[in-house]
Design a protein around this ligand. Structure first.
Ligand code: IMP
Length: 430
């Protein structure tokens, strides 16, 4: 039996995974990112100081080994910046960083630019990506053109790999009347990054195996949310990686039995950034209230997030897909001032009730009519509460209602952005 923890977002991202990963990394030996790239933005606030990450797993603030698995697409400039920022912040010391030799690289000048070119070509059907080059980097990975972190260590073969990658990209760019990219520029950039990053690049699977053999705990930190999963989310308005728990095994190089306790993170309402259907979206003053009270602006791009009521139809589906064992509800305090709160529990699609594991493609969700249950608000501050017995009755009723809809126990509640503004109900133990 493993004591590992896998942390997964059950909505459209921005559920507060960063804070909870930090919270649950206290006893871990390593914290691992297993998918996504610097499209993610994770914030942790400790004693009033905010730490923002796009790539490093937030458990690094607990002084743990920070691991970037092969499932991640790595922007080297961004991780170098994050490492430098951490070194400057004197209050934090950490055990180390390990980057998988098989992580695919996002190369500035190639992938973010291709992201913009594709979005432009999509016109009205654009996805509203973060523009960080994730999609194009995963395309190169699947197309077997990618350059991997380990390639930075083999200077003899690196030029051939750059030529191969540019053979593809320059052909596309010529076709689109875009300026061609010079191999020499890319090669120089890669060499510079390689000099800085080479001490961190290595074999992630073996290291995680050694930690397991020594009885150490591993926390896997998901990025984005289950509804952004490329296979099971609201395609095509999704990210380019798998975001559900099964990806841990692939993107970290551990067997599925090593996922441990799967913790689903659920924000007490719903948000979404970028384009795509959002059945419970509120475009009225309540939506505006949630955005302001919840400070719902993207960590990565600063874009205002779209806000709406909680949707347990999607959360129950996401919880099943990831085999979630327990849930953390975040940002409960944002609802403090509402006198009534609605929760969508199911949809009608084409006048029919779709199955529990409904097809969540964007074109299907466009037709989804949410069916709501109205609950009473609590009109009392829950901000910063640490003790379940102090929760107002209607807040407990709200949480009980969620639990019943999803059929998974709530093991903790986040009542503010600070690490300790958390109510722990049960430990994440299988
Ligand atoms: P991409 O991942 O940058 O390609 O963007 C694809 C879609 O996923 C867009 O709708 C983005 O807004 C969304 N997305 C990507 N990363 C995040 C995230 O960390 N939080 C929320 N949405 C995200």
């Amino acid at each position: 039996m493993t004591n590992n923890i896998t942390i997964i977002g059950l909505q459209w991202g921005d559920e507060g995974k960063g804070k909870l990963t930090d919270f649950y990394s206290k006893d871990a030996a390593a914290v691992v990112r297993f998918q996504g790239g610097n499209n993610a933005g994770h914030t942790v606030i400790i004693d009033g100081q905010a730490y923002k990450f796009n790539l490093l797993p937030t458990g690094i603030l607990q002084g743990k080994l920070a691991v970037i698995g092969s499932g991640v697409v790595l922007n080297m400039s961004r991780i170098i910046e994050e490492i430098n920022d951490l070194r400057k912040s004197l209050s934090v010391s950490f055990d180390g960083i390990l980057i998988s030799e098989n992580a695919s690289l996002i190369i500035p000048g190639i992938h973010p630019e291709m992201d913009a070119i594709q979005e432009k070509a999509n016109g009205n059907a654009s996805v509203g990506t973060t523009g960080r080059g994730n999609g194009p980097a995963y395309m190169d990975k699947a197309g077997r053109f990618t350059i991997k972190a380990g390639d930075l260590l083999s200077l003899e073969t690196l030029p051939i790999k750059v030529e191969k990658l540019l053979f593809l990209h320059n052909a596309i760019r010529r076709g689109l009347n875009e300026k061609e990219i010079k191999a020499e520029d890319i090669l120089n950039y890669l060499k510079k990054c390689g000099e800085i990053l080479s001490p961190y690049i290595g074999n992630v699977s073996q290291r995680l195996y050694d930690i397991k053999k020594a009885g150490g705990q591993i926390v896997f930190e998901g990025a984005q949310g289950s509804m952004l999963d490329i296979d099971h989310g609201s395609f095509p308005m999704v990210t380019s990686s798998n975001t559900i728990a099964a990806q841990v095994s692939i993107g970290a190089g551990v067997p599925p039995s090593e996922l441990g306790f799967v913790l689903g993170i659920v924000k007490a309402y719903t948000t979404r950034v970028g384009e795509g259907s959002f059945p419970t979206e509120l475009t009225d003053t309540t939506g505006e209230y949630l955005r302001t009270a919840g400070a719902e602006f993207g960590v990565t791009t600063g874009r205002p997030r779209r806000c709406g009521w909680l949707d347990t139809a999607i959360i129950a589906r996401s919880a099943y897909l990831s085999g979630v064992n327990g849930i953390t509800v975040t940002k409960l305090d944002v609802l403090d001032e509402l006198s009534e709160i609605q929760v969508c529990t199911k949809y009608k699609i084409n006048d029919q009730s779709p199955p529990f594991l409904f097809d969540a493609k964007d074109e299907v969700l466009q037709k989804a009519i949410p069916i709501y249950t109205t609950l009473k608000g609590w009109k009392t501050s829950t901000k910063g509460l640490k003790d379940i017995s102090k929760l107002p009755l209607n807040a407990r009723r709200y949480l009980d209602f969620i639990e019943k809809q999803i059929n998974v126990p709530i093991i903790s509640i986040s009542t503010g952005p600070e690490r300790l503004e958390t109510i722990e109900i049960a430990k994440p133990i299988l």
